[in-house]
Design a protein around this ligand. Structure first.
Ligand code: FMN
Length: 325
């Protein structure tokens, strides 16, 4: 399928997840086939103030394409200037965040706070589209409290925005409760640009159900991809011909975890990676049997080589048990 002229080889999308979807994790998801990727949100104010430093947050490698860079901010002029700045990197899309519920973002009028002022959303869409030749997309929650997403998307379409992602929870809900997929269906019916559905997809069947129930064009997965990038290959296979791929074995998850650790070391150095990997390791280990000791060992260490050695030795044990069983 084509999204604003860019070929997307399947309808799966990696969600922007601040603190998680760095270039290393994005490349891993790409290896599992994900069709479209977004960077985590970058502050438009910071880009305008100190573009050299902030732009490093959204740099990407050619193998991650197609990719969108996400921006958050509160003023049309700032977002427009930030879009101009990141256009230097030639992403396939520039995405505007109208959904972040975090206090530090909404306090300054950005993210989901913008859903309280549809005129401002429209002004931001118009200014950003005018500032760049790169297709601009937008990601929205359903509203601040009451749903306004259908009207917001209608107006954004009018500004020249090329696609929208809908995470149908209000700001007030945070990440609690269920996302209301009917809001995705309502947006799809109201506008003609592509709609990316998002919210609570945890397996291939959920993804198909969202596509079927809402009519959305692509599906975006966030939390369920952490420690589990297999979900993209599983969704792609299921959508292709109904194949249910077996879940990865614990040994496969450990091997990928070690690879992820090594890639982070290459990208950031051992001293940083040993900390930034902890949350990923916790996700890869989730659900493994008899891992209490391994987890304690790994989380008590500050030396990446020791952490790697612990994971490798557990993996070897697993593989030996599998051979002798
Ligand atoms: C830790 C975390 C960080 C997030 N960071 C961003 C972000 O930078 N930009 C954004 O638009 N949404 C962000 N989100 C929201 C997700 O992109 C997504 O909309 C939400 O998690 C619902 O999808 P899911 O149920 O598949 O996780 C974040 C969510 C989480 C849990």
């Amino acid at each position: 399928m084509f999204l604003a002229g860019t070929y997307i080889k399947n309808p799966t999308v990696l969600a922007p997840l601040a603190g998680w979807t760095d270039a290393v994790f994005r490349r891993i998801c790409k290896a599992f086939g994900v069709g479209l990727i977004f960077t985590e949100m970058a502050s438009a104010d910071a880009l305008v103030r100190d573009s050299r430093r902030t732009i490093d947050l959204v740099r990407f490698s050619p193998q991650e394409r197609p990719i969108g860079i996400q921006l958050f901010g509160a003023e049309p002029e700032t977002l427009a200037r930030a879009a101009e700045i990141v256009s230097e990197l030639r992403p396939d899309f520039i995405d505007i965040n109208f959904g972040c519920p975090a206090k530090k973002v909404v306090r300054r009028g950005g993210g989901a706070a913008l859903l309280r002022d549809l005129n401002l959303i429209e002004a931001i869409g118009r200014a950003t589209v005018a500032a760049t030749d790169i297709p601009v997309t937008a990601k929205l929650r359903s509203g601040w409290q009451e749903p306004v997403v259908v009207e917001a998307c209608r107006r954004l379409q009018g500004t020249g925005i090329k696609a929208v992602t809908i995470h149908p929870r209000s700001q007030k809900m945070g990440f609690k409760g269920q996302s209301d997929w009917q809001q995705i269906a309502a947006v799809k019916q109201a506008i003609s640009i592509p709609v990316i559905g998002n919210g609570d997809i945890t397996c291939a069947r959920d993804a198909k159900r969202m596509l079927d129930e809402t009519g959305c064009d692509l599906v975006m997965v966030g939390r369920a991809a952490r420690g589990n990038p297999w979900i993209f290959a599983q969704i792609i296979a299921y959508l292709q011909d109904g194949t249910i791929m077996p879940p990865p074995t614990f040994a496969e998850r450990l091997s990928l975890c070690i690879h992820h650790l090594e890639e982070q070391e290459r990208a950031y150095g051992a001293a940083v990676a040993v900390y930034t990997m902890r949350k990923h390791i916790a996700c890869y280990l989730k659900g493994g049997e008899n891992i209490t000791r391994l987890r304690q060992q790994v989380f008590s260490k500050n030396n990446l080589q020791e952490v790697r050695a612990d994971l490798l030795s557990y993996l070897k044990q697993l593989q030996q048990t599998a051979v002798t069983a």
